[in-house]
Each structure stands twice: as structure tokens, then as C-alpha cells.
Design a protein around this ligand. Structure first.
Ligand SMILES: Cc1ncc(COP(=O)(O)O)c(C=O)c1O
Length: 378
């Protein structure tokens, strides 16, 4: 075991760099083969070296979920940024400030009210905002349905209001509820076809719509053709997690984020080992609970990342985690995992687990660990 795994303070958020690099290469190669640009979602890592690795592999621009991420990554030298959360009037001054500094920030909307507010503010400030219209292709969250009349109303409010109507974008988040390749392919096609249809309706109405932007990790990894799409966005693929494993788009051995933890005690009669990773480290996310395999608060691995089948983080208090065997209590747990044993726990949801930590430990193939800071808050 590399020294770092026995000396790092725990709990620690480990990024297994060889796994992360493989995930980045796999996605980029897929996007290249499908003939689309790739715009990773930085909300998963919120970490500059991770995003730099994605760009080095061929990504063009990034997606963010907060304006704080936009400001951070712009300060790091990335200018092509989509803020992919519906714009509200109160945030327009922040968006304006970023654009005035030279950030090519794109914003999104899915309502006439928001489009009018953007156009009104833009005109008052002498700024032409680039705005993409959010399209709802799967009934999952926000957006305008591709066939709805409101799509053209929003397009006109922006275009006639003097803003740049830059494109249509969608995120088929309901792909997380699927698990068969056929269903995932069908969802990817629904996402593609719906967004392309929305763009074609805008164009047929004489409105510009150069960008057609789609994506989620499951659909990006399942699409068989992306005709009419100009770019794909995906986020969690960079680390993957147990939810994605249950969806069927990665192996356990692809999961690049894990929490290094130490065994701090036992309840041998219950078959428990107590570790220092509770929900404060793993997050409260129980995303696998409603999937075909429930991993509790995470899959237990040896410190080097080798899964220990059947051993789960079955319970989590704030700073205590309970490791147990899912099938039957392990009467030998105290000898199997003696006090001080280091374990690695793979998370249900990488974005949520990463968010518990102010920095990651980037674990290289040679076993060295480097702290990488991570953005927090809004
Ligand atoms: C608007 C938008 N685009 C893209 C993504 C990326 O999805 P995933 O993390 O499944 O790759 C998300 C994730 O929530 C999103 O909200």
C-alpha cells in the first residue's frame, strides 16, 4: 500500500487519477466519434485541475451550476462558460460583471418573464446577453416542451428584445431512473430528437438557434447518433459513482472518487466495524436506495480501491460510519478489519460526496497524493 494511503488524515476524498483519466478519455473519444463538441459540467468536481484535465483531453468550454463556479473558472482562464441554471433577474448584475470582464458567459431561460427581464436589463446596461432556451425533453425538471407555443414566445422576447438567441439546451435527467441499454438508448434519442425539434421550430420561425446542446452522463454514454446536435454536456462521468454503476454505464472499477477512512472500533457481536467516515464525509445521499442494488452509504473497498464484495457502509452518523456485511453479520469483522485499518468507500453520488470536502487528495499511479482544492458554496 502506498505511504499516502496509510498517512493521510481521514476521512479524505481520494481521486484515483488513473481511473479519472480513463473516464475522461472514454467520454472524449465517444464525443469525437459522434462528431460533437464536448462541454463537461464542472459542478461534479468544482476543481480546477480536474477541469483542466478535461480540457486537455479535448473538451471545449464548460458548464457550471453556480455563478461562483463561473467566476472561479473564468479566473482560471476558461472563457466559454454556460451557466445552466435558469436565470433570475437578481443574478443578472453578476452575469453582467463576468461578461464585462471578458467572460463569454451564456445564460439560460425557460420563460417569457425571465426572457423579458434579461432583455430589459441587457438593453438598460447596453449588454447583449447570449441566451439559450432550456427545453424539457423528458418531463424531469425545468424547460419548455419542444412543441409548446411558449418556445417561440421566449425566442421572440429574446431576439426582438435585442439579445443573442444562442441555442437550445436540454438535460434528460430522468435517464438516471433507467438501467437497460435499450431504455438508455431510447432516452438519448428522445433527448436528441426533442432538442433538435425545438431548434428547428425556432429556425422555422426566423429565429437564430446555432447551438443544440444536450446531455447527461447516461445519455451521453448511450447515444448511437447525434444528428442535429452541436454539443454534449456531462458531469458525473468524470468520477462515476454507484448510482451510475446501477444505471449500467460504468463498472465499479471505474469509480474514481472514494473516501479514505480508518477503522476506529468494533461491535463484534453485531458484525460491525466503526469507521471515521459518517454522513459528514459521504453525504446523506442514498441514491441507490431505489435502484436494483442498494449500497447503503457506500461500497467498502480496501484502501487501494479493490472492492470487498458484500461489505457496505450500512449506517452513517455525523462522524461515524458502520461497516457491515450485507448478507449475514461477519463474526470475524474485528480480525478482518483491525483497529486502524484503512478502507476506501465508494459513494452513491460523487457530486454530493465531493461537496463534503474542502479539497480532494489526488492519488497518482505512483501512490503519491496531492491536495487539490475544491470550490464551496454559492
Ligand atoms: C443542465 C445540466 N446539464 C448537464 C448535466 C450533467 O449531467 P450528468 O451529471 O448526469 O453528467 C446536469 C446535471 O445535473 C445538468 O443539470
Amino acid at each position: 500500500m502506498p505511504d499516502s494511503l496509510s498517512t493521510l488524515d481521514t476521512p479524505a476524498a481520494l481521486i484515483d487519477l488513473p481511473r479519472m483519466q480513463r473516464n475522461i478519455q472514454r467520454m472524449q473519444q465517444r464525443m469525437d466519434a459522434l462528431g460533437v463538441r464536448f462541454r463537461p459540467h464542472a459542478k461534479t468536481s468544482k476543481c480546477t485541475p480536474v477541469v483542466q484535465a478535461q480540457i486537455a483531453a479535448g473538451a471545449r468550454g464548460i458548464t457550471v451550476s453556480t455563478l461562483k463556479e463561473a467566476a472561479q473558472f473564468f479566473a482560471d482562464g476558461i472563457t466559454d462558460i454556460v451557466y445552466a441554471v435558469g436565470m433570475v433577474p437578481a443574478r443578472l448584475p453578476q452575469a453582467l460583471a463576468l461578461r464585462r470582464q471578458g467572460c463569454d458567459l451564456k445564460i439560460i431561460t425557460d420563460s417569457v418573464a425571465s426572457a423579458q427581464a434579461i432583455a430589459g436589463f441587457g438593453r438598460a446596461e447596453g449588454e447583449v446577453f447570449e441566451v439559450w432556451i432550456e427545453v424539457d425533453t423528458d418531463g424531469h425538471r425545468s424547460g419548455i416542451k419542444p412543441h409548446e407555443a411558449a418556445l417561440l414566445d421566449v425566442g421572440r422576447a429574446l431576439h426582438a428584445g435585442g439579445m443573442r438567441l444562442g441555442g437550445a439546451m436540454t438535460h434528460a435527467g430522468s435517464s438516471y431512473e433507467l438501467r437497460t441499454p435499450a431504455a438508455l438508448q431510447a432516452m438519448a434519442e428522445q433527448e436528441r430528437a426533442g432538442c433538435v425539434h425545438a431548434a428547428e421550430r425556432l429556425r422555422a420561425a426566423g429565429l437564430p438557434c446555432p447551438v443544440v446542446s444536450v446531455g447527461s452522463t447516461p445519455t451521453a454514454l448511450s447515444a448511437t447518433q447525434l444528428q442535429g446536435v452541436t454539443e454534449v454536456r456531462a458531469g458525473v462521468y468524470v468520477f462515476f459513482d454507484l448510482v451510475m454503476h446501477n444505471v449500467g454505464v460504468c463498472g465499479i472499477e471505474d469509480i474514481a472518487l472514494g473516501v479514505l477512512t480508518t477503522v476506529i472500533g468494533h461491535q463484534a457481536d453485531k458484525g460491525w466495524a466503526i469507521v471515521d467516515a459518517g454522513w459528514m464525509a459521504m453525504s446523506r445521499d442514498r441514491g441507490t436506495q431505489k435502484q436494483q442494488q442498494d449500497y447503503g452509504y457506500g461500497q467498502v473497498c480496501s484502501a487501494d480501491g479493490t472492492p470487498l464484495p458484500g461489505y457496505l457502509l450500512s449506517g452513517a452518523n455525523q462522524e461515524h460510519g458502520i461497516v457491515s456485511r450485507s448478507a449475514a453479520p461477519d463474526a470475524d469483522i474485528a480480525t478482518r478489519f483491525p483497529l486502524g485499518t484503512r478502507l476506501r468507500i465508494l459513494p452513491n453520488h460523487a457530486c454530493a460526496t465531493g461537496a463534503q470536502f474542502p479539497h480532494y487528495q489526488a492519488l497518482a499511479a505512483d501512490g503519491s497524493a496531492t491536495p487539490w482544492s475544491r470550490l464551496h458554496g454559492w
